[in-house]
Design a binder for this molecule. Structure first.
Ligand SMILES: [Mn+2]
Length: 376
């Protein structure tokens, strides 16, 4: 048996921090995720699809977003399970209560675990729903699947742990569950772990939405009772298979689904102009300028220079004043006095004040040495 596990699409997220045209394009790319997953499900010939929640960022989604989701899930043409999460929790007016969901889609609507049999796969999918934005109890508490020769799977939104406001799922509950695989949602970075015989995993979100959701994003293809196979190609070219996990009869591979990645890169300020012409990136990149620089880098000018080479780029100055400059702090001169004063302030400065102090040191030095104003 083979399944596709994805979660946390957060469709119709506001996507702030980008210019309007780019954030509109990113919203379209996000809305397009279910169609890409449907293509992946067909290409991989999976037997079922588990989607443990936060597919919608909230109730205030566009009707066409929900329609395109329903359409893509119908196109998957295999059983699809949704376990609503804390962002898309189930209530009688939620999009999940609509009558337009295709027949192959099962949406869990109760906070108690419910088991749905799939006789053709000799399998039972156990899941439940958030019915409020928070949940303090463990949805798996006290649950053990019967030892009946069937494959038991879990589809849950929550956080692995013993306490919290987002359905804490205790490792002990996972271990006692008797499930071979727990498809989890909520954590936005891909990850996995083992509790007894149960392999649990988070796929993370399928598209990053900010510099707190970095790197390749995607979904798990999970094999039960047969080994994981080599990489597949997706509609956009070869998939990245960055992780493989195995636990007993279960193995999984992580497949890239995202159109673009958020990335943070460090570049030496002094070699920036050599580095830049070699780059051509569809990604959203934050560049940290590092190394030593006597003058503060002109971030506006460098950003304008870099912009055509990325979908989106922003620069941060993390350069330090050259070490040999501080050597002059020992001089018996006004420059020496100034450097000593700035050094002691920098040593005791709070993290948020360091940038300003460094800039003040640069301006002060330029003024003291009678040089021109080095402001950009
Ligand atoms: Mn969540």
């Amino acid at each position: 048996m083979k399944l596709l596990h994805a979660a946390d699409f957060h469709m119709d997220s506001p996507l702030t921090g980008l210019p309007p045209d780019k954030s509109a394009l990113r919203r379209r790319e996000l809305r397009d995720v279910p169609a890409r997953l449907a293509a992946l499900a067909r290409e991989e010939k999976v037997d079922l699809v588990l989607l443990p929640g936060d597919l919608l960022d909230g109730d205030r989604v566009y009707p066409e977003t929900v329609r395109s989701l329903a359409q893509a899930l119908g196109d998957m043409a295999v059983p699809v399970f949704i376990a609503p999460g804390n962002h898309d929790w189930f209530h009688e007016k939620s999009p999940y209560a609509g009558d337009f969901w295709p027949d192959n889609v099962h949406i869990f609507t109760a906070p108690e675990l419910q088991g749905i049999e799939l006789p053709q796969l000799n399998c039972v999918v156990h899941g439940c729903a958030f019915t409020a934005p928070h949940r303090e109890d463990d949805p798996l508490a006290g649950f053990t699947a019967p030892d009946d020769g069937k494959t038991h799977l879990l589809c849950l939104h929550g956080e692995v742990g013993t306490a919290g406001s987002y359905a804490p799922i205790a490792p002990g509950s996972l271990e006692r569950s008797g499930a071979v695989y727990a498809a989890l949602g909520h954590v936005h970075a891909a990850g996995n772990g083992r509790a007894g015989q149960t392999l649990w995993a988070y796929p993370g979100c399928p598209e990053g939405r900010g510099f707190d959701e970095l790197g390749p994003k995607g979904a798990w293809i999970v094999y039960i009772g047969e080994p994981a196979q080599a990489a597949v190609s997706t509609p956009d070219g070869p998939a990245v298979v960055s992780v493989k996990v195995t636990s007993g009869p279960v193995s999984g591979k992580f497949v890239q689904v995202c159109r673009r990645q958020y990335r943070i890169e460090s570049v030496e300020a002094n070699s920036f102009s050599d580095w830049l012409p070699r780059i051509e990136s569809p990604d959203l990149v934050r560049i940290l300028l590092t190394g030593e620089s006597r003058a503060a880098p002109d971030l506006d000018a460098l950003t304008a220079l870099a912009a055509p080479r990325f979908f989106h780029v922003e620069l941060r100055d993390q350069t330090a004043l050259p070490v040999d400059l501080w050597a002059r702090a020992d001089e018996d001169s006004l420059t020496g006095l100034f450097l000593r004063e700035m050094r002691s302030r920098l040593e005791t400065a709070a993290e948020g004040d360091r940038d300003k102090l460094l800039l003040a040191a640069r301006f002060g030095l330029a003024a003291l040495e009678g040089g021109e104003d080095i402001r950009p």
